[in-house]
Each structure stands twice: as structure tokens, then as C-alpha cells.
Design a protein around this ligand. Structure first.
Ligand SMILES: Cc1cc2nc3c(=O)[nH]c(=O)nc-3n(C[C@H](O)[C@H](O)[C@H](O)COP(=O)(O)O)c2cc1C
Length: 425
């Protein structure tokens, strides 16, 4: 599929017939249009962050400290956008970040992302919290590369099961997310009293897993959680109970009468995370799979060093888009420090705050080997499903290609700190 100058020309030509781009190229307009299509809860969950959202702001502000310094008289229109990562060649420097519960954007959810990734051969990272199971996305992707993101459950058997399924889905790497040992203090969601998982949303990897289902059955047999505190019964409680039974696979009536869907949600809440995870567990994961292992959520230089000591193949410098710790450092600032010291010792990927092609170029120039796009494609799904997500990715790739051409850079591999002028402030 064409992007870059061809895509730019196409947009202008269509404009001659009064046709606007499928999704806006201006980020603020993308968010605004998506908001109009989504429920208040769905929008809050995707757009929101932790606390006063100062980490979210720091993520965006960090990009302003680095400016691009273009060179003249060495331009080219044929830009090599490919990268080499973990011994493989990828067509583009961008990947789709793992974003869970995408049914909040639109019921087609991750399937739309898989279609978009296939269109542009962009690697997709399946979220552990997806609304569509990995096997469905894998078949939608065809031969497009995919990775699997793991939340390390209290059940090692479940971890092993997820990893084995990811291997069968031809995932090329396992990404262990470290920054979500518990959910951040997400003020927008708290004020709406809304958590998708409690309503059976974002649980597709679990509901389709034989080990998870066996754990649920066992707990039901042993009446685990029968005496747990229950919310007050109101009309809304009943409505939400119906939603859980509708959202969870197995049929509404069966779920309602057997109590399975509710038991599954409670099981998920009890076991989805292991807060006491430690670096030694990464070595255990190494025994479970031959796939490359990356850790996601690193932003402290000491953690980056410890990850390398633990033998990871790579790490994603990220603060989960500011959804976990508030008042934190901008992720790009962390990338600067980590890449200066550790570039070349492990693959360094980056996310949190990428909103434009220029942002992608800055992260690559600072030393990222690849960059993950997050919220923007979720908003694309909300606006126009697979066509929306495709358009978002296409806009990113087009801007990157055009910018590089204007900067006198012929390939992604040429990018380094020389293209940056650090802001004097
Ligand atoms: C709605 C939403 C759901 C997310 N779900 C996951 C997830 O399941 N696993 C994960 O590792 N990261 C998850 N993330 C974090 C993203 O992978 C990525 O780190 C973040 O979106 C980057 O920030 P940005 O979108 O502001 O650029 C989620 C982010 C959002 C916005």
C-alpha cells in the first residue's frame, strides 16, 4: 500500500472532489472525532491517565526539548523505511502497541488493528487484555509479524499457556509488561466508577484459554470468593451483570444461570497480576520459550541495566502512556538517558507520547530501534474501524517518509543524534 508522497498526493486529489481524509491528520481533531463516536466511559478509559495526568503531559512536553535539524542538498524521495530488530528485518520502524479492551473503541476491536497492520505490514503486539483472542488476530494478519504482550499471572500454568498459544500464533517475541503490578489511580475512570474488565470486557485471551477456564471451574466447584464483598444491588448492578453475561463467551443464558461469567471475572481480578514479580522470573520465562523476551515499562536507568543483566533481548522504554505512575518523567527523557548508556546492548524500543511522524523520528534519532504507536490507532478504530486504523498508520508513515526526505536522510538507519539540536532552555 502506498504512503509518503503518493498518499499525500492522493489526499489533495480527493480534496478536489470534496473528500476529506478518513481520519484527521491533526491529532487533536482525531481525538475530538473519536470522542463523538464513543461512550463517555470508553473515551475516558482510552484517553485518560493516572492522577492529575502530569506524566501524560510530561510525555508530550519531552518532545519539545529536542528539535530536528534538517540538511539541504542531499534529499531523496526513495527512503528506506526498514529496520533490523532482533535479527529480523521489518518494513517500517513503527509497531502497533498492545492496547487492551479495544472493544471500547468499537466492537470489531483488535481485528480492525490486525487488518490495518496487514495492509501496511506493520508488526502488531497482541495485548494480554485484548477484546479479540490472539488466534483470530493472527489469522487476520496473514504473514504480517506479530508479538505477544504478557501480564504475568499468579498462575504459572496460565503464563505457560499464553506463551505456548503465542508461539502457535507465530509470534516473534514475548513482551512482559512490568509497570502494571496493579492499576494506576486513574481519575477519569474512578469518577465514572468504570473498569472494563469487571464488565467482562477485554478478557478474550482469558475466556479462550483452556487453563484459565479450568481454574474458573475449579474455583466454582470450591466456591472460592463466595463470601467476597458484593456491590449494593441497584438497577445498574443488574444491568452490568447482564452485560458481563452478554460480553463473556458461552451464551448469555448459560452465563447467567451457571454464574460462569461472573466467576471468570472474579478469577481474572484475583489472578491476572503477580505484584511480587522479580528479575529471576525472567530467567524462568527463558526456560518456557525460545522466543526473544522484551520487558515493557522501563524508564529508570538502573532498571534498564538490571533488565540487561537478567538477559532480556530488548526493552520498551515506556510509562504506559502515563496511565500508571503520575508525576513521572517524560518517557522520551528516559529514552535519552538509557540509549546514551545502553544502545547496542539490547534492542531499545520506545512508546508513550508519540503523536506524529516527527515524534517517531526524534525517538529513533535518540536511539530507539523501533517505536510503538498507541492511543492514535485506538481513536482511528473508533472513527472508522479498520479503515480508520489503516489511515492513522498511513499518516504516520507518510509523515515520517516526507520528513526524512526533507531532512536529507535516505534511510532510517542513517538517523542518529546528529539530526537533533537540543533545546537551549
Ligand atoms: C486504552 C489503553 C490500553 C492499554 N492496554 C495495554 C495492555 O494491555 N498492555 C500493555 O502492555 N500496555 C497497554 N497500554 C499501554 C500501551 O501499550 C502504550 O504503552 C501506551 O499507549 C503509550 O502511550 P501513548 O498511547 O500515549 O503514546 C494501554 C494503553 C491504553 C491507552
Amino acid at each position: 500500500m502506498k504512503y509518503g508522497i503518493d498518499a499525500q498526493k492522493e489526499i489533495y486529489l480527493q480534496g478536489m472532489s470534496g473528500i476529506k481524509p478518513i481520519v484527521p491528520t491533526i491529532y487533536e481533531d482525531l481525538v475530538k472525532e473519536a470522542k463523538e463516536k464513543m461512550s463517555a466511559e470508553g473515551f475516558a478509559y482510552i484517553a485518560g491517565g493516572a492522577g492529575m495526568e502530569k506524566t501524560m503531559k510530561a510525555n508530550l512536553d519531552a518532545f519539545d526539548h529536542y528539535k530536528l535539524n534538517a540538511r539541504m542538498m542531499q534529499g531523496s524521495v526513495n527512503i528506506d523505511m526498514s529496520i533490523h530488530l532482533l535479527g529480523k528485518k521489518y518494513d517500517t520502524p513503527i509497531m502497533a502497541a498492545p492496547i487492551g479492551a479495544l472493544e471500547l473503541a468499537h466492537p470489531i476491536a483488535e481485528k480492525a488493528v490486525a487488518t490495518a497492520c496487514r495492509e501496511l505490514n506493520i508488526p502488531m503486539i497482541f495485548s494480554n487484555q485484548a477484546s479479540v483472542k490472539m488466534e483470530t488476530c493472527a489469522s487476520e494478519l496473514g504473514s504480517t509479524p506479530r508479538w505477544f504482550q504478557l501480564y504475568w499471572s499468579k498462575s504459572d500454568d496460565l503464563v505457560q499457556s499464553f506463551v505456548s498459544r503465542a508461539e502457535k500464533c507465530d509470534c516473534e517475541a514475548i513482551v512482559v509488561t512490568l509497570d502494571t503490578t496493579t492499576l494506576g489511580w486513574r481519575t477519569r475512570d474512578l469518577d465514572l466508577g468504570y473498569l472494563p474488565f469487571l464488565r467482562g470486557e477485554g478478557l478474550a485471551q482469558y475466556s479462550s484459554d483452556p487453563i484459565f477456564n479450568a481454574i474458573v471451574e475449579e474455583r466454582m466447584k470450591n466456591k472460592v470468593g463466595a463470601n467476597d464483598p458484593k456491590p449494593p444491588i441497584t438497577l445498574t448492578t443488574i444491568e452490568n451483570l447482564f452485560k458481563v453475561c452478554k460480553n463473556y463467551p458461552g451464551g448469555f443464558l448459560n452465563n447467567l444461570t451457571s454464574g460462569k461469567a461472573l466467576a471468570a471475572v472474579k478469577t481474572f481480578i484475583d489472578i491476572y497480576m503477580r505484584p511480587e514479580l522479580e528479575w529471576a522470573d525472567i530467567k524462568r520465562l527463558r526456560k518456557m520459550t525460545k522466543l526473544p523476551i522484551l520487558v515493557k515499562g522501563i524508564h529508570h536507568i538502573e532498571d534498564a541495566k538490571m533488565a540487561i543483566d537478567a538477559g532480556v533481548d530488548g526493552m520498551i522504554i515506556s510509562n504506559h502512556g502515563g496511565r500508571q505512575v503520575d508525576g513521572g518523567v517524560g518517557a522520551l527523557t528516559a529514552l535519552d538517558e538509557i540509549a546514551l548508556e545502553l544502545k547496542g546492548k539490547a534492542a531499545l524500543l520506545f512508546d508513550s507520547g508519540i503523536r506524529s511522524g516527527a515524534d517517531v523520528i526524534k525517538a529513533l534519532a535518540l536511539g530507539a530501534d523501533a517505536v510503538l504507536i498507541g492511543r492514535p490507532f485506538a481513536f482511528g478504530v473508533a472513527i472508522a474501524q479498520e479503515r480508520g486504523a489503516t489511515a492513522v498508520f498511513k499518516h504516520f508513515l507518510s509523515e515520517i517518509e516526507i520528513q526524512l526526505s526533507l531532512m536529507g536522510i535516505k534511510s532510517i538507519s542513517e538517523l542518529n543524534r546528529n539530526v537533533l539540536a537540543k533545546d537551549s532552555e
